[in-house]
Design a protein around this ligand. Sequence first.
Ligand code: T3D
Length: 265
Amino acid sequence: MADESPVLVERCAGYRVITLNRPKQLNAFNEAMHQALRRALSEAEEDSDCRALMLTGAGRAFCSGQDLRERISADGKTTVLGSALETYYNPLVRKLRALPFPVVAAVNGVAAGAGANIALACDLVLAARSATFVQAFAKIGLVPDSGGTWFLPRLVGTARARALAMLADPLPAETAAEWGMIWQAAPDERLMEEAHALAARLASGPTAALALAKQALEESALNNLDRQLDLERDLQAEAAATPDHAEGLRAFLEKRPPAFGGGQT
Ligand code: T3D
């Protein structure tokens, strides 16, 4: 019998795979899925052996955003929401951006609404060629959320961001890659293999330094060059004090691949 948990967690060597698991609803978010995902992310963060994460979807979709059936009552009235962003989506996006290791989105199929923007919140987005990204919000009279209005102009420029937000047309994965919205599109049948290889590679990287790089890139959005140079100086001092830096130098001089432990001390 298929596992009915809204989120599945697989432990691999050095990383975890989190699968959104409501395939009949194209992995739309309901409250139970939000709570399970939050738990899965906290557990991954607390596990010192977990040095990377992969986020993907069960079935033919990555995620179709909010479960819209939860937003309309039997008498056809829309539910006043507001708090769902504050309670669930915004903390989720913040958590993905702040996790102290890289997160790979393996976008196996359509990513719509908040589902698209949660993919974009991940550090590296690898998508199946047949996948599409849809800022579906305009079709139901909503505003792009879950960071969409922040990610899109930064990733693809304002002209394309406006068209994606206002037309709500599906953007094929290959175009998303050409536009720089995602890292790469992969042949459908190779997606999971490539995503695992990417997660495994990241998990054997200098995790503390990767977390600092993630922080530097995040803060660059608000900094001018002067402030960013100061930040790089400070973060570099932290990275330089890690055992992985010493190991990286030794490995270079000894002409061998580094064996990074990932730790800060
Ligand atoms: O409310 C708040 O909390 C605020 C936060 C909002 C965040 C948001 O994400 S708002 C945006 C919500 N998402 C959408 O508007 C997308 C809705 N879905 C679609 O536009 C399409 O389903 C897709 C483009 C994703 C895929 O189209 P297609 O043709 O491949 O599949 P389909 O036939 O439309 O869907 C298949 C099934 O999934 C279908 O169920 P059925 O008829 O087989 O029983 C469909 O109802 C269901 N499904 C798809 N998306 C959702 C969904 N069920 C509930 N909620 C969904 N979001």
